[in-house]
Design a protein around this ligand. Structure first.
Ligand code: SF4
Ligand code: SF4
Length: 247
């Protein structure tokens, strides 16, 4: 960003300090953690709104993204365990029982079908995120979608479509690195603030993490108690390195 920018970009250090202070004040519980995720989501929306305005002003960048555009939703979704619990809670409160049961079945089927596939392999296979609605390509999670999805902004719909049509994720799509700084900062903060409190925390794949949450009894209580329940959803070093390289 230019020297005149007033955009306040979170860093891993500032985001960790913020989350640690919150947890010191509120204590660590299911409710406080879910509120923390909610607050981070809200801060992220403000940051991205400001960042989009700033990049348009300073660099002429215009996001081509719109509702119903889901070419980019055919890859692996990397989240922190608190975000996975937040999505699970959202499904319990925002969907009628029949719709919830159908969505859970879709997520579990996707987790089993894609186990071991990295983001590139999912992209080539056109494996959709299970939350991408097939009739209208809207995000079925929209208000609770993860940080990594919120940061995704392309300046060229044509480039995204070309990448999808040719199954080639290396087609360059114009974006701005600053959009991802917030995601990197808070992904890092979840780990740096919660690991010293005895939690087993690392980046996880969303569908498999939800499968763990639904299949393990008292998943939240056990995880808050220090149990390492997310190993089946853990993202290997290879995938994390690739993601960092991409941004
Ligand atoms: S990143 Fe590309 S595919 Fe995704 S919503 Fe934006 S324009 Fe559409
Ligand atoms: S959660 Fe929503 S925005 Fe993110 S990949 Fe899935 S459908 Fe797309």
């Amino acid at each position: 960003m230019s020297a005149r920018s007033t955009l306040r970009i979170p860093t891993p250090e500032t985001a960790t300090a913020l989350l640690s202070r919150y947890l010191d004040e509120e204590g660590l519980s299911e409710d406080s953690l879910m509120r923390a995720v909610d607050l981070i989501q809200q801060r992220t929306e403000v940051f991205l709104s400001d960042a989009l305005a700033e990049t348009e002003r300073a660099a002429g960048f215009r996001s081509a993204c719109s509702a119903g555009c889901g070419f980019c939703c055919h890859t692996l979704v990397s989240v922190s365990p608190p975000e996975a619990f937040y999505v699970a809670r959202h499904l319990e409160t925002a969907f009628e029982p029949d719709a919830r049961a159908a969505l859970k079945a879709r997520v579990i089927a996707s987790a089993e079908r894609t186990a071991g596939m990295d983001g590139g392999e999912r992209y080539v296979a056109r494996e959709p995120c299970p939350f991408l609605r097939q009739d209208d390509w809207l995000c079925g999670l929209h208000t609770a979608r993860p940080l990594v999805c919120r940061a995704m902004h392309s300046g060229s719909l044509a480039a995204c479509k070309q990448a999808y049509d040719t199954r080639d994720a290396t087609v360059p799509t114009p974006t701005m690195a600053v959009f991802f700084e917030n995601t990197k900062a808070y992904m890092s903060a979840y780990i740096s603030a919660l690991r010293p409190r005895g939690l087993a925390i690392y980046p996880v794949e969303l569908s498999m993490a939800l499968r763990v949450i639904w299949q393990e009894e008292d998943a939240m209580a056990r995880w808050l108690g220090g149990e390492d329940i997310f190993a089946p959803a853990s993202l290997g070093v290879r995938e994390v390195v690739r993601k960092v390289e991409k941004v």
